[in-house]
Design a protein around this ligand. Structure first.
Ligand code: 13P
Ligand code: SF4
Length: 371
């Protein structure tokens, strides 16, 4: 159950009192329909007035909210204009016509939006919303890597700072990493590619391609906690459950799953295949959000929370819109170089088949070269 720090008639920092009026109840009824399996009526009476006020502020200020799949349901379904995985949000940031983008996600996502939309104001509701992968590597590290492996293309996961992206050749997300690695090898005419900073994503990609991968030791602190023993336990208790894992999980977890893919790919899997029972080996809010459209699927929930994603709340989104804070800026020289790397990824044609990391497609048990 969600815990809230606001009470039934929340008082905003500027003293504005929000009441759950019949008008607000009616206005927020569509969002309530989507969240009611995960939010109690008492919580909703506190959240709905804030949701209505945020939606009013968005119209007044010409703002859009880009909400990652790991946002809590009241944010995702209540105030999100575009919802999706890192790739989807990056594409949306590039084409949005709004003056202001509020990133309901983590700091590297807001930086990516700013890099792609330098003329827009990009706000992040809490500056502390970081990422263990983005924190694992610096621009100076990438410069050293390039010295050590001259002539090899550097593919960087979007979960990095703009400074790191600026040092790299092309970005990727978990949705397109195999495609980007193969494209980079083809364009550079090489059979080895540097894929940083997620060691586990690199290992999972290495199983899908003949290209040799040089990897960095970054980890997602949420996905690294899942183990193959967790999957074995689930399978024993629920033999009919379909197991979907994010490719930031260790390779043995992905190998034990039925399917692996980005958050958007997991969402598509559930909505198109309609499993009777499913377990999403990823961040906790993901299942709550997919469940709104997957009413016939039972979700088992051995999830881990991302403390960075959970820093974003309805209250700080409201404050962000009201006060225009916290504005995310990127040094124009860095942004220009980072934009090239992100834009190369955004401009890639959609893959013929969605990125998958399942056992059926895995060609090898190849090891990566760890820097
Ligand atoms: P995707 O949404 O691209 O799958 O990424 C997951 C993630 O960890 C974002 O922080
Ligand atoms: Fe970073 Fe992992 Fe949190 Fe995503 S889930 S923001 S990769 S720490």
């Amino acid at each position: 159950m969600l815990s809230l720090s606001i009470r039934e008639a929340p008082m905003a920092a500027d003293g504005f009192q929000f009441a759950f009026t019949p008008q607000i109840e009616e206005e927020t009824a569509p969002a309530w329909e989507r969240v009611k399996r995960h939010v109690t009526p008492m919580e909703w009476r506190a959240q709905a007035p804030l949701i209505a006020e945020i939606n009013r502020l968005k119209r007044e200020k010409d703002a859009v909210i880009l909400a990652h799949n790991y946002m809590t349901p009241e944010i995702f379904h209540g105030v999100g204009d575009y919802m999706g995985d890192s790739l989807g949000l990056a594409k949306e940031a590039a084409k949005s016509k709004a003056k202001i983008i509020v990133q309901a996600g983590v700091h590297f996502m807001a930086e990516t939006s700013k890099v792609l939309s330098p003329d827009k104001t990009v706000l992040i509701p809490d500056l502390r919303a970081g990422c263990s992968l983005a924190a694992s590597i610096t621009g100076a590290d990438v410069r050293l890597i390039k010295q050590r492996y001259p002539g090899l293309p550097v593919v960087t996961y979007v979960n990095t700072t703009a400074e790191v992206k600026a040092e790299t050749d092309i970005c990727c997300t978990s949705a397109n990493a195999v495609q980007v690695v193969e494209e980079a090898a083809r364009l550079w005419g090489v059979d080895r590619v540097i894929l940083i900073p997620d060691e586990f994503l690199a290992r999972n990609v290495a199983r899908q391609t003949d290209i040799k991968i040089i990897a960095w030791k970054g980890r997602c602190e949420v996905h690294e906690r899942f183990t193959a023993a967790d999957i074995a336990e689930i399978r024993e208790a629920y033999p009919d459950a379909e197991v979907l894992a994010h490719p930031e999980c260790p390779a043995e977890v992905v190998a034990a799953a039925d399917f692996a893919g980005s958050t958007a790919a997991m969402n598509d899997y559930v909505l198109t295949r309609k499993p009777r029972r499913v377990v999403l080996i990823t961040e906790c809010s993901m299942a709550d959000n997919v469940a709104a459209d997957a009413v016939d699927t039972e979700f088992l929930r051995p999830c881990n929370l991302c403390p960075h994603m959970k820093r974003i709340t309805l209250e700080n989104i409201y404050q962000a819109l009201l006060h225009g804070r916290h504005e995310v800026t990127v040094d124009p020289a860095i942004a220009g170089r980072a934009r090239l790397a992100v834009q190369r990824m955004v401009d890639l044609p959609p893959p013929a088949t969605p990125a998958r990391y399942d056992l059926v497609k895995a060609r090898h048990h190849v090891d990566v070269e760890l820097i």
